[in-house]
Design a protein around this ligand. Structure first.
Ligand SMILES: [Zn+2]
Length: 319
């Protein structure tokens, strides 16, 4: 309950519109942020109305202290809630704009940082002008990462620009485009390096840590582990390195898990069958954005991301 609502921005589309012009890109992103504030204002007006007419009783209740019997503070401090603008696909935005991905060129990486600072400053300006607190964050994008990519492929004006500027199986997607929106393509979450980028985990940390001080929240650094049993000393050493020597505010080690539904046997990695009894009645678990979940419920874009993720060797995590 930290935020009233989140508006997610399709940053790659802003780059398609800007047509490689820096100022146009910045103007387009600011325009999208201004539009977001218009939506926030509608939301605020509506919520103020609901609160005034006591139509949100659960969140507005003032529970009694069980010891003193006195009424306590309101359950949800509505005045403290912020409005969040979340970015999606900063890497693909920069990739289209400059011709290189963030990790392929120092200039592209610097440009991403510059754009994020422009957006942060604009968020601060909008907060002051509108008297509401606006946070710039990474959208978790469980669905949006795929949805934005598919919408761009469906858009007559942007399809040609988008098809070489996204992750996943574009060829398969083009064949099935128009029959379903659940397709195996996606933009990269927030300010992340694409999950399939062929770089070491240390390089990934060095890129992604840079953005933590810029955004107000929602950011997470993922370390995807491969199969095998992680070396505890290596894990600890890497965790301490990230916490002490980088600007990373939040990070997660993730190991994929296969569970045999016949006997409950748990093993690491994404397996086609249970290595113990051979059953194909299995469930796969992994981290979708912040939390672990059964892969069954993921859309085709996120399932493609799971396949694409570059995994670190869990036995070789020492820094
Ligand atoms: Zn089994």
């Amino acid at each position: 309950m930290g935020s009233w609502m989140v508006m997610s921005l399709n940053c790659p589309r802003a780059a398609y519109k800007a047509d490689h012009d820096d100022q146009k890109l910045i103007d387009e992103l600011k325009y999208l942020m201004n539009k977001s504030v218009e939506v926030f204002r509608v939301k605020k007006k509506w919520m103020d109305h609901l609160l005034a007419s006591n139509r949100i009783p659960f969140a507005a209740m003032t529970p009694r202290d069980p010891n003193t019997g006195e009424k306590g503070a309101i359950a949800v401090d509505f005045a403290a809630l912020v409005y969040t603008i979340g970015v999606v696909g900063i890497n693909e935005m920069v990739q289209y704009h400059t011709g290189k991905s963030m990790y392929e060129s120092p200039d592209s990486f610097k440009f991403a940082i510059r754009i994020m600072y422009e957006m942060k400053l604009h968020a601060q300006r909008l907060s002051q002008e509108n008297g509401i607190e606006i946070a710039l964050a990474r959208t978790p994008a469980e669905t949006t990462a795929q949805r934005f990519a598919v919408s761009d492929l469906l858009h007559p004006e942007y399809a040609g620009k988008a098809e070489n500027n996204m992750n996943g199986d574009v060829e398969l997607t083009k064949k099935e485009l128009g029959t379903t929106k659940d397709l195996p393509v996606y933009y990269t979450n927030g300010t992340h390096i694409p999950p399939g980028a062929d770089i070491s985990v240390i390089e990934r940390i060095n890129y992604e840590q840079t953005f933590f001080p810029i955004v107000d929240g929602g950011n997470i650094l993922h370390i995807w582990l491969g199969e095998g049993t992680p070396d505890p000393d290596g894990l600890q050493e890497m965790a301490m390195h990230i916490a002490k020597n980088t600007a990373t505010g939040y990070f997660a080690f993730t190991r994929d898990i296969t569970i045999c539904k016949d006997e409950g046997y748990v093993t690491s990695g994404i397996k086609d069958s249970c290595p113990k009894c051979g059953s194909e009645n299995i469930d796969h678990l992994s981290r979708i954005t912040g939390y672990l979940q059964s892969v069954d419920g993921w859309n085709a874009g996120k399932r493609q991301e799971l396949v694409d993720r570059t995994r670190a060797d869990p036995n070789n995590l020492k820094v």
